[in-house]
Design a protein around this ligand. Structure first.
Ligand code: R5P
Length: 309
């Protein structure tokens, strides 16, 4: 791994440190700071010529700052002659605008993909994209990991009785179906309606939950409204207990306290996005080893597909 150098910006240093610890590699030396007017300043503090460079930077909040940091870092590296640059983006933001669902709106998931490639990314390593087809927005290789193995191995320790997997809306069905298949549980779908960007209502359930322990599976929780509404309906229909699991805890505004005060027994999240001082109901699982192992295999040019199981 001597020719593999791992760097990070300011978006999620604890995750980058854990990945480096797992790989027994030091975090690369780089200074990512701000000029007085807020512009981003980057200085790579070691030689990267001919090296295999990985830059870890989820594009979580502050989203625009973190994307811009990543772009400026990519530019600094491409001018320093490494052999290859991989952008490791554990959480890929701006992904929810992935199609024109109304006239005269942007497709930001594609815009960000274009920016990353223009800035110098030659390969992308990411996790649980909001829509898997976003991979096709890139004309460079994309390795798309799933956090499900980490979440499922934790859930196995919880010995749930009569579990059902719940997709909180139609968009999550594919992810939830794969999850249900792995834990060998029935799949239940919530019929969710959106009244506005942040207002949702869950009205019907497809499937039975009476007497079951329900696990809601989603790629991200932002306002928390989707999961809270699903929980309300599940409890109303007789679920004994409801847990929520999501890969990316976006947790906008007061979502964490709203979720903690809801009928949920536990909220299982990963560390693709950093958070401190979360309420007790939250369980944070680390995806550092999964990402670290993928970095090792990309560097050694061996298959990453066994990590998908
Ligand atoms: C929807 O398509 C996503 O998978 C999430 O369910 C949604 O974005 C969560 O948003 P919120 O927590 O604001 O309801």
């Amino acid at each position: 791994m001597n020719n593999c150098l791992i760097f990070t910006g300011n978006a999620n240093k604890p995750l980058a440190e854990k990945i480096c610890k797992f790989l027994e590699r030091p975090l690369g030396r780089i200074e990512v700071s701000r000029f007085n007017d807020g512009e981003i300043s980057v200085k790579i503090e070691e030689n990267v010529r001919g090296k295999d460079v990985f830059i870890i930077q989820p594009t979580c909040s502050p989203v625009n700052e973190n994307i811009m940091e990543l772009l400026v870092m990519l530019d600094a590296f491409r001018r320093a002659s490494p052999r290859r640059i991989t952008a490791v983006i554990p959480y890929y933001g701006y992904a929810r605008q992935d199609r024109k669902d109304r006239p005269r709106v942007p497709i930001t998931a594609k815009l960000v993909a274009n920016l990353l490639v223009a800035a110098g990314a030659q390969r992308i390593l990411t996790m649980d994209l909001h829509a898997p087809q976003i991979q096709g927005f890139f004309d460079i290789p994309v390795d798309h990991l799933f956090a499900a193995p980490v979440i499922i191995s934790y859930l196995r320790t919880r010995s749930l009785k009569n579990p059902v997997t719940v997709a909180p809306d139609v968009g999550s069905v594919k992810m939830a179906r794969a999850f249900a298949k792995t834990i060998n549980s029935p799949l239940v779908i919530v019929d969710k309606r959106r009244d506005g960007p942040d207002s949702v209502e869950a009205t019907h359930l497809i499937g039975e939950v009476d007497g079951c322990e329900a696990i809601i599976v989603d790629d991200l929780i932002s306002t928390g409204n989707t999961v809270i509404e699903a929980t309300r309906v599940l409890l109303e229909k007789g679920a004994k207990k409801v847990l929520a699991s999501c890969t990316h805890p976006v947790l906008a505004e007061n979502a964490a306290s709203k979720l903690a005060n809801s009928g949920l027994s536990e909220i299982i999240i990963t560390d693709t996005i950093p958070h401190s001082h979360l309420p007790e109901k939250f369980t944070v699982l680390s995806v550092a080893e999964l990402l670290g192992e993928a970095i090792r295999r990309i560097h050694e040019e061996t298959s990453v597909s066994s990590l998908f199981i």
